[in-house]
Design a binder for this molecule. Structure first.
Ligand SMILES: Cc1cc2nc3c(=O)[nH]c(=O)nc-3n(C[C@H](O)[C@H](O)[C@H](O)COP(=O)(O)OP(=O)(O)OC[C@H]3O[C@@H](n4cnc5c(N)ncnc54)[C@H](O)[C@@H]3O)c2cc1C
Length: 574
């Protein structure tokens, strides 16, 4: 008995009860304990890790939200940089912890993203994408770049895309010509269409870039795409290095804290050693060496880091879906419209249409969440094998499987999140369109995850995910299979529709508890209509009143009150 009490006590310390309020009606109806499911899915260690990050943000004034205020881009980028700098001070995940549980890298990306994807992208493009590309594509001679990145002596970016080519990486036109007389590569952008473009961190901040360019040796022979570390700014002044034209591409539809930039190279000389030489190298005399006999294989290996990007994008999309659903389902459980009588309105979650719109996406969030974590763990296994030079059949099969799963999973997850976020926004009616409720940001920030088409067979994959997930919850899983369109045919249509409606109705009373498992704390979710206390109107009202100058008279009041237009005075000029 004592042990059970102790267990409950420690569970409550780890996961305190959610605040009491209107959502308690649904919480009381739930068929399971949300704390037990969260512990089962994440484990105690991961829950503590997430809490550490979220609490640090909530208690640090640098991370305070500014309700009702749209920061000018320059200010937002500065703030995002300062927050990024603070992450180095927090050092949430040291190397030892990362090695012990690599899934924490994935969790850190996602926790930062739940707060703000601009921050997550800025931090990870530098410490993970830039540094890990050097680690995976370079050799011992490049390790000093990684150390300097981790100390923030330099700041990195990953420069593959050009203005005129993104998906078709083979057509990249930046060149790296080897000059044996000085033992340097000369980097050039043939014209503005070949300028590097869209590169995160490049706009204002990066001092170094991993640049993808076509490698030429003396005699004019091209050896295809290779990556090079190129210094683009002076770390002491942040001014461009000679021969470099670098700038910011401007305002985007989302993630505006991140400085996406462009660069043109004009005869920029870099040391021979800056070639990341895991798949091919050039001798001081200018002879090209590679252990790959097949050019296509070498090309594939040199772009191996793109699989990591795809897997991370699956995780990011799932996070966006979870955030949107947390807001929409809590809103739907507290928003009352119509009912048996005028003074007895019912929550809109009770309507079959609202269940049909939201609950299948909730099932998708659970299924894809499990898929993304498993895939990330497989990816880490693959990378460890690569570092250990594992040439086994299993390693090769793992590589192929991850490539296929990541390529198909990325569009599936990003599109599901895109459609889900839109559905959530609409499901919140007018309040979903109010910026402070956060659904617009979630949708806009998710959009870049949807680019680049890849046409693998997605139903090969979802069955695999679901067979694993079935252990967790049969209803959620079956609903995702039915609603995701993985069965088709005329006779199946009616059965499936009824099955979906039936499963939606079964999950309706569990929906709030299922959201309690996946929702971050209120401070991170940052949506008055999605707060855990369910006090929809109090939360909304308070946030509206916190806005800057909400109750102030308009500065242009006299234009209305004092100066009236002379009606028709401009008509003669038409
Ligand atoms: C927010 C953001 C951050 C980014 N950060 C970076 C970064 O840090 N570093 C970097 O190098 N790049 C970055 N990029 C660039 C990104 O990698 C490219 O935008 C992406 O690869 C798509 O390339 P593209 O824009 O040239 O589109 P395109 O390749 O021109 O594609 C245009 C359209 O054609 C479709 N299409 C293309 N090929 C095919 C095909 N074979 N079959 C069917 N349809 C096809 C695409 O799906 C798309 O709809 C970033 C982009 C964004 C939006």
């Amino acid at each position: 008995m004592g042990t059970l009490l102790e267990e409950i006590h420690s569970q409550n310390a780890l996961l305190p009860d959610l605040p009491k309020g209107p959502l308690c009606i649904y919480r009381a109806k739930s068929s399971f304990n949300w704390k037990e499911l969260l512990l089962f899915l994440d484990g105690e260690d991961m829950i503590i890790f997430k809490k550490r990050i979220f609490s640090a943000f909530e208690n640090d004034p640098l991370f305070a939200h500014h309700p009702g205020e749209e920061l000018p881009i320059e200010k937002y980028r500065e703030l995002n940089f300062l927050r990024c700098k603070r992450l180095f001070e927090y050092d949430f995940l040291n190397i030892q912890e990362m090695i012990k549980n690599p899934l924490k890298i994935f969790m850190l990306i996602n926790c930062l993203g739940m707060y703000d994807w601009s921050l997550s992208a800025k931090y990870f493009l530098n410490t993970y994408v830039f540094a890990s590309t050097i680690q995976n594509s370079g050799s011992q001679r490049h390790m000093h770049f990684i150390q300097k990145t981790l100390n923030m002596e330099i700041f990195g970016c990953f420069a593959l895309t050009e203005v005129s080519h993104g998906s078709n990486t083979k057509a990249i036109r930046t060149t790296a010509q080897y000059d044996p007389t000085t033992q340097e590569f000369i980097i050039n952008s043939p014209d503005f269409e070949a300028s590097k473009f869209w590169i995160g961190n490049m706009g204002k901040n990066a001092t170094h870039a991993v640049v993808y360019a076509q490698l030429y040796t003396p005699g004019g022979q091209c050896h295809g795409l290779h990556s090079f570390v190129v210094q683009i700014r002076d770390p002491k002044t942040l001014l461009p290095m000679p021969g470099i034209m670098v700038g910011d591409i401007g305002k985007k539809l989302g993630q505006n804290g991140l400085d996406n930039g462009f660069t043109m190279f004009h005869n920029v000389r870099i040391p021979r050693e800056n070639l990341l030489n895991r798949t091919g190298d050039v001798t001081p005399e200018g002879v090209y060496n590679t252990s790959f006999k097949d050019v296509r294989q070498r090309f594939g290996a040199s772009l191996g880091s793109l699989s990591t990007g795809r897997v991370c994008i699956i995780g990011m999309s799932v996070v966006n879906l979870k955030l949107a659903l947390s807001i929409a389902i809590r809103f739907s459980a507290t928003r009352r419209q119509f009912g048996p009588s005028d003074d007895d309105e019912i929550p809109v979650l009770e309507y079959q249409m609202q269940q049909w719109r939201l609950i299948p996406y909730l099932a998708a969030a659970y299924a894809l969440d499990h898929f993304s974590k498993t895939l990330f763990e497989n990816l880490i296994e693959l990378q460890i094998g690569l570092l250990q030079n594992d040439k086994s059949i299993r390693q090769a099969e793992l590589g192929r499987e991850i490539h296929a799963l990541a390529s198909a999973g990325k569009p599936l997850a990003s599109w599901t999140a895109q459609q889900g976020a839109q559905e959530c926004r609409e499901a919140c009616g007018g309040h979903g369109y109010l910026a402070m409720n956060h659904l617009g940001d979630i949708r806009n920030d998710n959009d870049p995850n949807c680019y680049v088409f890849n046409g693998s067979n997605r139903s090969r994959i979802i069955f695999k995910i679901c067979s694993i997930l079935i252990r967790v919850t049969v209803c959620v899983c079956m609903l995702y299979i039915f609603a995701g369109g993985y069965f088709s045919g005329e006779q199946a249509g009616k059965v499936i529709k009824n099955a979906i409606l039936d499963l939606c109705a079964k999950l309706k009373d569990d929906a709030v508890a299922l959201v309690d498992v996946i929702a971050p704390p209120d401070f991170i979710l940052n949506s008055p209509i999605g707060r855990a206390n369910g006090e929809l109107y109090k939360n909304l009202w308070t946030t509206v009143l916190q806005g800057k100058k909400v109750l102030e008279r308009a500065s242009w009041w006299a234009e209305f009150s004092t100066y009236k237009p002379t009606i028709g005075s401009l008509k003669s000029k038409l």
